[in-house]
Design a binder for this molecule. Structure first.
Ligand code: AMP
Ligand code: GLY
Length: 423
């Protein structure tokens, strides 16, 4: 088969790396890809939102299956348009992707079907929102309704932080249309957990859990990012909570979407807070997580192509996932200034020192290869250095040994990835 992966991050590098191991794959393409992906796939300079351009390319190269990484093309209807053109693509329709595209839509769906999540209200008017916050007090969570690249959520610990967030979203238009409506929700306490599931209508096959580290600095301090590191499995979360999440949240939401006439087919990302008495939804995404994918796929033993094909032909129920007993841990090396402004095009050194080391992989998140074949930075998150080990502690040690070999000017990373599971 010829397969096209859409996207350019560490998630897509891990996807391409995993797909490349399938005996069913003849040729891999990635649009637009990055410096690391280019080692495994032919990268083509078509932006993920140029849907007509992608359709033309798929026809021209006889591509049998397209796999979508990021959310934006999904919400622009790439799956609907490919389907209309008779092309095979793995991902949810635009209507189903709204579970990520609108927090208010996701909250209404959960309310209607009694799916456990934080209590909330929605607002479009600053004064009303502000008086609600004053009534409820802090901590409180303020979320822009639409897509905001992981930056649309403010966990306010002071009234001042809450007021500024509301002003930014509802008055100053700092988030554009995405912030014209806000969801204000109850602050949940507990352990965060991500469950990714292959979903096809009411069929749900959930992967092993992972825990992301969203804050930029050690100790979960500083602003939220797309994710600074991740590990899997998550041994300190009781198995019963994971089973409950599947039974009380993921299966019911898949069923609810069927009932609403917008069945979900693709990867459903469930972001959970494991509170003292039950798992509750923090958010849904309509795609693989990043950096969750970088720790899940190295542990998955099944042929990923096989799962996609089975799902597309209505046979997802026949899939049984098989997992390596080992632990995986990834550390994100980020550009100086990220998640704020950062410089690009800085030279990366030391990659050759970790090349070929067993159970250690560097998934490229934001790199390019220059004309001389050297890797340079091209994004906020630059590299996802990933290791497998017999325990989280071992995987951590190995991943950080990798990180220490690699450098670029201003590189920063958290040093405490996995510690919640180790201590
Ligand atoms: P989201 O983009 O919705 O995943 O939110 C980003 C981060 O904000 C989450 O990973 C949590 O750390 C935090 N967060 C979101 N909603 C809540 C909540 N209701 N209570 C506590 N923390 C939250
Ligand atoms: N790791 C968070 C996300 O993919 O949205």
């Amino acid at each position: 088969m010829n397969i096209l992966v859409i996207g350019s991050g560490g998630r897509e590098h891990a996807l391409v790396w995993k797909l490349a191991q399938s005996p069913r794959v003849e040729k891999l393409y990635c649009a637009p890809g990055n410096g690391g992906i280019a080692q495994l796939a032919e990268c083509v300079a078509i932006p993920p939102n140029d849907i007509p351009g992608l359709i033309q390319f798929v026809k021209q190269k006889d591509i049998d299956l397209t796999v979508v990484g990021p959310e934006e093309p999904l919400l622009n209807g790439i799956v609907n348009q490919f389907a209309a053109a008779g092309l095979s693509i793995y991902g949810p329709s635009r209507e189903a992707a709204m579970i990520e595209g609108s927090k208010s839509y996701a909250k209404q769906l959960m309310k209607k079907y009694n799916i456990p999540t934080a209590a909330y209200e929605e607002f479009t008017d600053y004064e009303t929102a502000w008086s609600y916050v004053q009534q409820h007090g802090v901590p409180i969570v303020i979320k822009a309704d639409g897509l905001a690249a992981g930056k649309g959520v403010v966990v306010a610990h002071t009234l001042d932080e809450a007021r500024v967030a509301l002003e930014q979203m509802l008055t100053a238009g700092a988030y554009g249309k995405a912030g014209a409506k806000v969801v204000i929700e109850e602050f949940l306490q507990g352990e965060e957990l991500t469950l990714l599931s292959f979903v096809d209508g009411s069929a749900v096959v959930t992967m092993e859990p992972a825990q992301d580290h969203k804050a930029v600095y050690d100790g979960d301090l500083g602003p939220n990012t797309g994710g600074m590191g991740c590990y899997s499995p998550v041994p300190h979360i009781p198995d019963v909570m994971i089973k409950r999440a599947v039974k009380e949240i993921i299966q019911p939401v898949a069923q609810a979407m069927v009932q609403e006439g917008t069945p979900f087919r693709g990867i459903l990302y469930t972001g959970l807070m494991i509170t003292a008495d039950e798992p509750k939804v923090i958010e849904f995404n309509a795609r693989f997580g990043d950096p969750e994918t970088e720790v899940i796929l190295p542990r998955l033993k099944n042929d990923l192509v096989d799962i996609f094909i089975k799902s597309l032909s209505g046979e997802l129920n026949e899939v049984t996932l098989e997992w390596s007993e080992e632990s995986a841990l990834t550390v994100i090396m980020a550009s100086e200034g990220y998640p704020g402004r950062y410089q690009k095009n800085l030279p990366i050194t030391g990659l050759e020192r970790v090349n070929g080391v067993s159970d250690l992989w560097v998934f490229h998140a934001g790199t390019i290869r220059d004309e001389k074949g050297r890797y340079r930075t091209s994004g906020g998150r630059v590299l996802a250095v990933t290791a497998l080990g017999d325990s989280i502690a071992e995987a951590k040690e190995k991943a950080y040994q990798g990180v220490e070999q690699i450098s670029f000017p201003g590189a920063h990373y958290r040093t405490d990835i996995g510690d919640r599971a180790i201590k």
